[in-house]
Write a protein that binds this ligand. Structure first.
Ligand SMILES: Nc1ncnc2c1ncn2[C@@H]1O[C@H](COP(=O)(O)OP(=O)(O)OP(=O)(O)O)[C@@H](O)[C@H]1O
Length: 483
């Protein structure tokens, strides 16, 4: 369908007038009819006389909150898709939204085009008469992550919360694969059954089979007692197979058979054991490559790879480092029975710039170390491990005061940008970068007394780039005068 007028009525519920205004404008522009509400009760009153195609609602509002409105809509008008917007981009909000039956969850700030696309998808689903998701209770979680790649993971956990499908989690060591597997289990219908984790790389290859499937007394030398395997222990629940790429081929064949038939024979046993186990597998390896090398069975790979969740490395989601660090400092303080320490601006800046080859686990260990080793409540650069302090000598890292100035600058930018996001304008970054460049050029030229070569050096450009950008700025200024 095009942007021309359509028959669909969209309701927007948000106590923030500016958000209502921005959404109204964007939805109108996309051809929808829109009615906005500031409170849940006014929306519910209106339901008596009219019903929208889709509801877009905020979560946190005075009075009835978005999740309560969602629950009521689910009871009485389950056919209306609800899109939940939240400024709290955590796993719990995402899962609560999906478990409450939301069609989609949009963490703020969101792209208006994406919001419109989501509204269209909701309409399409409604037209296909898809059944709404049933309700299940809300559960807490420890997963920290606001970066877009983590939000995708949260969404997937929410969407999968009614299913027992196999999931393959990939990502480097220490990125949180086991934590995500636990969250998948905790938010699944199997939550009250066992979660059993087994790391293939940590068990000698010859013992993996009996570890998984158990053994009969006397099945092999040293098997003095009958032993239950992990599969049986996980019956009704989830078996998390970490480092699945290291599973020996013979065990892969047995695993495949269990997945196909739901039963297996313990080592040395003659009686089949029937199990109902959800498999979540994880690996830091390229399983496709292991398949090509003949080290991993292709059919098993396809069985496990029904849903794939890729976890980002920590250096790919640096914006999460402050929250993660705070989380780990608080946890370490609790474990050690003291008050949580906090990081100085510059120390935090260094943490945000570090390469973190060990990912979240390494950051967690560093925070634990700092909780023990830093002498004061405030952790400064000199308290950091030496390898992190050395980053301080790298270009781009400034002293504590300058760090504060930088962060004020960024805070001011953050504030300004948040306003721009609600302004309805598009192409914001281009315009912001342009303005920033102009400002930096002017200042650098002033500082260098108009010497272009030196100013270009300060900026990190070639002289030609500076000349070209100055010419562009001049043309822009002329254009502005004309309009
Ligand atoms: N998003 C997150 N929020 C909070 N803590 C996290 C997060 N991701 C990882 N952690 C913590 O980091 C540590 C490492 O996570 P985890 O063991 O799940 O990683 P992994 O990818 O399974 O590692 P490996 O591949 O080495 O087994 C754990 O203590 C976990 O609690």
């Amino acid at each position: 369908m095009t942007k021309a007028e359509n028959q669909h009525l969209i309701w927007v519920l948000d106590d923030d007038e500016s958000i209502r205004w921005v959404l109204e404008r964007a939805l109108h522009k996309a051809g929808f009819q829109v009615t906005s509400f500031a409170t849940g009760s006014s929306l519910r009153e209106a339901l008596a006389t009219e019903q929208p195609s889709v509801v877009l609602t905020d979560v946190r509002m005075p009075g009835e909150d978005g999740l309560q409105v969602l629950a009521k809509l689910q009871q009485q008008h389950a056919q209306i898709p609800v899109i939940v917007m939240t400024a709290h981009s955590d796993l719990d909000s995402a899962v609560s939204a999906f478990q409450g039956g939301a069609f989609e969850y949009l963490p703020k700030p969101f792209d208006l085009d994406d919001a419109i696309k989501t509204v269209w998808r909701a309409i399409e689903q409604r037209e296909k008469h898809s059944a709404p998701a049933p309700q299940v209770p809300e559960i807490g979680s420890e997963l920290v992550g606001e970066a877009p790649a983590m939000q995708d993971v949260f969404r997937a956990i929410g969407r999968l919360s009614h299913s027992s499908v196999s999931v393959l989690i990939t990502g480097a060591s220490g990125t949180g694969k086991e934590l995500v597997a636990r969250a998948l289990h905790q938010h699944s219908p199997r939550q009250n059954e066992p979660f059993i984790a087994l790391n293939m790389a940590a068990i000698p290859a010859e013992l993996i089979e009996s570890e998984l499937f158990g053994h009969e007394k006397g099945a092999f030398t040293g098997a003095a007692q009958k032993r239950q395997g992990r599969f049986e222990q996980a019956h009704g629940g989830t078996l998390f197979l970490d480092e699945i790429g290291d599973m020996p081929l013979a065990v892969q064949t047995r695993l495949l058979r269990v997945l196909a038939e739901g039963q297996f024979y313990p080592v040395g046993g003659h009686q089949a054991v029937t199990v109902d186990v959800r498999i979540i597998a994880a690996t830091h390896q390229q399983l496709e490559q292991r398949v090509q090398e003949g080290a991993f069975r292709e059919d098993l790979f396809h069985r496990l790879n029904v849903i794939r969740l890729q976890l980002p490395s920590l250096h790919e989601r640096r914006s999460d480092i402050p929250k993660l660090a705070q989380h780990f400092l608080q946890r370490a303080a609790k474990e050690l029975g003291g008050k949580p320490k906090h990081l100085s601006q510059q120390a935090l800046q260094l943490l945000q710039q570090a390469p973190w080859p060990g990912n979240v686990r390494q950051l967690e260990n560093t925070c634990r170390w700092l909780t023990v080793m830093a002498p004061g409540q405030q952790i400064s650069v000199s308290d950091l491990p030496v390898e992190l302090q050395e980053l301080n000598d790298s270009p781009g890292v400034t002293n504590d005061n300058a760090g504060a100035v930088n962060s004020h600058w960024l805070q001011a930018f953050e504030h300004w940008f948040a306003q721009q996001l609600t302004s309805g304008q598009q192409g914001l970054l281009d315009s912001a970068v342009h303005q920033l460049e102009q400002q930096a050029m002017q200042q650098a030229l002033d500082y260098c007394n108009g010497h272009k070569q030196n100013a270009a050096k300060k900026l990190g450009w070639g002289r030609n780039t500076l000349t070209r950008k100055l010419a562009e700025a001049e043309t822009d200024a002329k254009d502005k005068k004309i309009t």
